[in-house]
Design a binder for this molecule. Sequence first.
Ligand SMILES: Cc1cc2nc3c(=O)[nH]c(=O)nc-3n(C[C@H](O)[C@H](O)[C@H](O)COP(=O)(O)OP(=O)(O)OC[C@H]3O[C@@H](n4cnc5c(N)ncnc54)[C@H](O)[C@@H]3O)c2cc1C
Length: 600
Amino acid sequence: MSDTLLNRRDLDFQLYEALDTESLCERERFAEHSRETFSAVIDTADRIAREQFAPHNSVADKEEPRFEDGKVTMRPEVKTAMDAYAEAGFIAGRYDYELGGMQLPETVMTACNGFFMAANPSTAGYPFLTTAAANVIRTFGSSEQQQQFLEPMLAGRFTGTMALTEPQAGSSLADLRTTATPTDEGHYLIKGAKIYISGGEHELSDNIVNLVLARIRGAPAGVKGISMFIVPKYRLDAEGNPGERNGVELAGLIHKLGYRGTTSTALSFGSDNECHGYLVGEPHEGLKYMFQMMNEARLGVGFGATAIGYRGYLHSLEYARDRRQGRHPSDKDPSSEPIAIIEHADVRRMLLAQKSWMEGAFALCMYGARLMDDSHTAPGEQQRHEARQMLDLLTPVIKAWPSEYGPRANDLAIQVYGGAGYTREYPVEQCWRDNRLNPIHEGTNGIQAMDLLGRKVWQGSGEAIQLLFGAIQRDLEAAEGEQCQQWAYSLSETLQQAGQVTQVLGKALGQESPEKALANASVYLRLFGHITVAWMWLRQANAATAGLTRDPEGDDAAFYRGKLQAAQYFFHWELPTVAQDLVILRNMDDTCFNMRDEWF
Ligand SMILES: Cc1cc2nc3c(=O)[nH]c(=O)nc-3n(C[C@H](O)[C@H](O)[C@H](O)COP(=O)(O)OP(=O)(O)OC[C@H]3O[C@@H](n4cnc5c(N)ncnc54)[C@H](O)[C@@H]3O)c2cc1C
């Protein structure tokens, strides 16, 4: 079995032909970088992912973390891999040089993280959560908090978590009950219980920095009364080193379908010992701060789903080239050699579906990463503002579409393997189990759908959606050649119909029936996602056409033709399926809305 995690040629295509990543080097922040430095760092990520992360992916899945002698233990390779990741500078990759970072663009860091996610999503979870928590402390923490926690987190000595979910409050964070009581010494006393907290207990780092959402006593009800606290496993001594144990205790480890290498914990705060928490920023602003972490995590979830889906696709492609079974329907000679299963059109259907979903999702995630770069470093304030608007609108789509289609791709990968795919001897069943988390965490896809239709589409009086339509329009106009122009036409037609449906839903939301309009939000998200991914395919097809025109018989010709064939699959097999979504939405179909509990 080959150890390829992502198709490097495809990554270069996304970076340099679809996105023009090199142009980022013209910006002051990235002035010391070049395509060569980007390639060097991506090579390092690919190597560490293959050498340190991939080899224990399966074994850490089989040997989950255990609670023994008062400690959580796990395979030693997890720590070795995390240390290699930190030593190579990846936790601080995006950060300023002064903070020990590499000042790399988000686009390049995302590309790097794709290798770790594909290699071993469970082990990658620890450093990813640490970077996300560090980003929150850097943005909203006091200078003292930054001094205490940021440097050890960026160096990998402290790890981070996000602790939102409680047994009675998952999707509905308004119902959080964990409390924070102020003390005269400046800290708060935290009391409550959290569940499903990833990385909440382990011995991988010197300290665990939990970012906890809690309610200060007397705070208003609902989301307006939520504050954020730094709650370390060990309180820091006068020198800033981990000292006395803080009152955050492991209440239990949670055993899961996939992502088994990441400890999932139930945590209890302040039940036996005092639990000190340090307020981040202003009281009652916690959810706003956490949203920064969650939005980043949502983009990460979409990309993780893509990376796992992509790896499953590559495994099944390799298997289909190797496995021999049956003959062409026209070959009636039983003594002829069996053919590789990739020769069967139905197997190619399953491979092409995976390719079109995952390379489409990959393009979408990389586009999102570029928007992140533009929102911070684009030359003008207006450009930055527009990038922020677009990113905000697309975040639920980038989280949900890849996480819906990633597991579907893995499901098809299992099918390509036949019986072998269902066994634990081959890697694709674990891909599916790992990937099945992605539609659930960081806000379920149902919640993403409500966010998109109920909020994001209307933000700034619809400015973001106008920007999106404008960006799609520019690529429609750039389509060259009969084939691309035909696809551009299909996309333009669908876009127009989606625009009309959006107006119908907008009217209903503002008037008599918001609940009825939101009842089919998941259908709207699918429609939106399919249009966005079709747009990504048009962009890729435009770039592939340009590549083929430059050199029709060169080494890359097969790669570009594969891109065009996958684009054709998406435009012929996938985009037309939204016709049914459009009917349901246009009619505001009330089948689910009107169903009654007692009728089930
Ligand atoms: C492996 C794993 C790791 C996790 N890691 C973390 C972590 O590190 N930190 C953390 O804080 N949390 C974490 N979570 C929690 C995760 O974010 C929640 O499980 C998720 O947000 C859903 O909440 P819930 O499980 O309570 O489901 P519920 O909220 O009970 O939802 C159940 C179902 O009802 C639907 N639903 C709920 N409300 C609505 C609504 N208003 N409208 C329509 N449909 C609705 C949901 O879409 C879902 O299908 C993790 C979970 C898992 C499984």
